[in-house]
Write a protein that binds this ligand. Structure first.
Ligand code: NAD
Length: 252
């Protein structure tokens, strides 16, 4: 059994050789910023499964439940700030090693940390904005939140009366083709694929490391719990991202 220091040394050796790192981040990178993840034990999300897209568009009670449960989440996300792991990835970009960052998160913290937005692919969208499911009109989420707070239970688009929802991808909703294509392109072009804080159980994001492996890129996973791809990874570090990632960058 290797020590954390030995694992970090192995990871640093991979990272030193790499010039085109692609990172895939999941909810685990933001837990240290105070936003709970989905699959860690005790998650409230597991007890109250999120509303699916088919239910959202067809059932008024699902939309009311969606907006009611979003109030707490929106407050948590608005209060959150990037943590040491988010900053470490920005440092990787500053050192011109980061080709791109694909995130399953919709909290906007990677952009707040200071990445070049052109390098960031928010594969599940962003909760900073709301979008109309019919015409796609986008408005800042704070605007919709104000309407909800003043009594609207099922806010509608002011251009076409379609239903407004956070500009994120719900279960049962397709990721826009261009967004997915960009994420796949990055995975296939990298010379090191780095997973941080993802259970690798949500598709299609979970398939991205496989694309990189097919192109013979090494795989490095930093995640508290084991993932289905641990046995295919070159290095697995089961440690908090906010501790492991900054130490890894320091060792480069
Ligand atoms: P997940 O909840 O399925 O898995 C998170 C993983 O992160 C777990 O395996 C856990 O062991 C690990 N983890 C937790 N804290 C960690 C830490 N400090 N350091 C390292 N690892 C840590 O997350 P997922 O795979 O991203 O899938 C959940 C889906 O729900 C995502 O697709 C995302 O869109 C959405 N989600 C987003 C947010 C957010 O934007 N912050 C929060 C919750 C859920």
């Amino acid at each position: 059994m290797q020590t954390l220091h030995e694992q970090l040394q192995d990871a640093a050796e991979l990272m030193r050789k790499a010039r085109k790192v692609v990172a895939l981040t999941g909810a685990g990178i933001s837990t240290e910023s105070g936003i709970p993840d989905f699959r860690s034990p005790g998650s409230t999300w597991l007890k109250n499964p999120p509303v699916s897209y088919p239910d959202f568009v067809s059932k008024p009670e699902a939309r009311r439940q969606y907006w009611a449960t979003r109030r707490g989440l929106s407050a948590q996300i608005l209060a959150a700030r990037p943590n040491a792991a988010h900053h470490a990835l920005v440092e990787l970009e500053r050192r011109q090693k980061l080709l791109g960052l694909v995130t399953q998160n919709f909290d906007g913290l990677h952009l707040d940390a200071g990445h070049d937005p052109a390098r960031v692919v928010e594969i599940h969208g962003t909760s900073r904005e709301a979008a109309c499911v019919l015409c796609g009109t986008r408005v800042p989420m704070v605007e919709i939140q104000r309407r909800i707070d003043s009594g609207e239970e099922d806010p509608q688009c002011q251009s076409c009366n379609g239903y407004m929802k956070s500009a994120t991808i719900l279960f049962g909703q397709h990721i826009p083709a261009a967004v997915l294509a960009r994420a796949k392109e990055l995975a296939e072009a990298c010379d090191l694929f780095l997973v941080v804080g993802s259970s690798l159980q949500v598709s299609p994001a979970a398939h991205l490391p496989l694309l990189a492996l097919k192109k013979n890129a090494p795989l490095l996973i930093i995640n508290l719990m084991s993932t289905p791809l641990d046995s295919s990874a070159d290095v697995v570090i089961q440690e908090k991202a906010g501790l492991a990632l900054p130490r890894l960058i320091e060792m480069l």
